[in-house]
Write a protein that binds this ligand. Structure first.
Ligand code: COI
Length: 357
């Protein structure tokens, strides 16, 4: 498939952000985006890079009514040598195809999608910020475009990729966040779509997040849908706890997003010879560990947030401080190692980093 390019002349391109320390997350977009269509006759076809702008959709497009959509999040970094690098991009495309299968969306051609991603990032290389802690966030998305109000699998899709320079996801940056343990609402249940990266999971999280924000918390910690006991995830991150020297994260039982950063953290911790368990961990165990003084650390992992230390956990009306409200030792070590690998400052023993330009 030949990639078409329709690029804006220089004078129509936007000014790049002047202050990279004030980027925030997901509010600034590059000049161009990638698009590709699907229909049963042609399969995925017409890959193109075009000026960033509104999509034209039939108001009956299935995505608008029944939410047949998947998306991904990955980043391109300005390395210390000035080159542009991406972190495990194939892992994101493979996960997207797993989400596609769950949502009855035709799989994307992974090798070609990777090439298209690189081409888009190369086209917009001037948008990759240079300040440490910043990156170019890449958001591939597939939506069902067939116009139909019957509940059914769409015959037509649009795959698009938009990008923009970002700083820290949370206003706290790499400082500890306060999380609220949610017991009233649930995010997902096994057998549902919790392990797919699809819009409905995020829509389902909004009310709980709003209520938690109003009470002064950054994020909601989700418990399992059955007993409201086992820790699931934070919605934008997978969760890790360090209890008496054991690094614990919940197993992927179907309702949790299989995070690429989660997998990278597990790999690094095992490589360092630390005790790592993917096992069920309940809120009762975490609170008991805090009371016994053996909850050493808690942190979230995600592409957008990287490593996000948790300074306090609010459960049933009480705040439980973690690591004295500070960033823990392992969180610091992981943050330094992950960002060190991503920026080409540290060796990359697992071949995670791909040079794009
Ligand atoms: C990411 O970490 O890239 C995500 O997609 C999480 C969130 C911004 C939705």
């Amino acid at each position: 498939m030949k990639l078409k390019k329709d690029l804006l002349p220089a004078h129509q391109r936007k000014a790049k952000p002047a202050d990279e320390s004030a980027l925030g997350f997901g509010q600034i977009f590059c000049d161009h985006m990638f698009l590709m269509d699907y229909d049963p006759e042609h399969g995925w076809h017409d890959p193109r890079i075009a000026p960033y702008g509104p999509l034209s959709l039939d108001p009956a497009a299935l995505v608008l009514h029944y939410g047949q959509e998947v998306f991904e999040g990955l980043k391109a970094y300005r390395g210390v040598d000035g080159g542009i690098y991406m972190f495990r991009p194939l892992a994101n495309i493979e996960r997207m195809n797993r989400s596609n299968r769950r949502l009855c969306i035709p799989e994307l051609p992974a090798a070609e999608c990777l090439e298209h991603l690189f081409e888009l990032v190369k086209t917009e290389h001037e948008w990759v910020p240079t300040l440490e802690g910043t990156s170019l966030y890449v958001r591939p998305t597939v939506i069902a475009t067939e116009a139909c109000l019957g509940v059914k699998v769409s015959k037509k899709y649009l795959y698009f990729v938009i990008m923009g320079p970002v700083g820290a996801y949370y206003p706290e940056g790499f400082n500890p966040v306060k999380i609220y343990v949610e017991e009233k609402y649930v995010r997902a249940s096994a057998g549902g779509v919790g392990e797919a990266k699809t819009m409905g999971n995020y829509a389902a999280s909004l009310l709980a997040a709003e209520e938690a924000h109003a009470k002064g918390f950054t994020q909601v910690l989700w418990l399992d849908a059955c007993d409201r006991k086992s820790i699931e995830e934070v919605g934008t991150m997978n969760m890790f706890f360090v209890i008496a020297g054991e690094i614990i994260t919940s197993p992927l039982t179907g309702s949790i997003l299989p995070g690429v950063t989660r997998d990278s953290v597990l790999t690094l911790c095992r490589h360092w010879g630390l005790k790592v368990s993917e096992r069920k961990v309940t809120i009762d165990e975490v609170i008991a560990a805090q009371k016994d003084g053996v909850l050493e650390e808690a942190f979230g992992t995600g592409t957008a947030a990287v490593i996000s230390p948790v300074g306090s956990i609010h459960y049933r009306g009480k705040d439980y401080r973690v690591a004295d409200g500070q960033t823990g030792k392992l969180s610091n070590r992981l943050y330094d190692e992950m960002t060190g690998i991503q920026l080409g400052k540290r060796p990359d023993p697992f071949g995670w980093v791909v040079k794009v330009k």
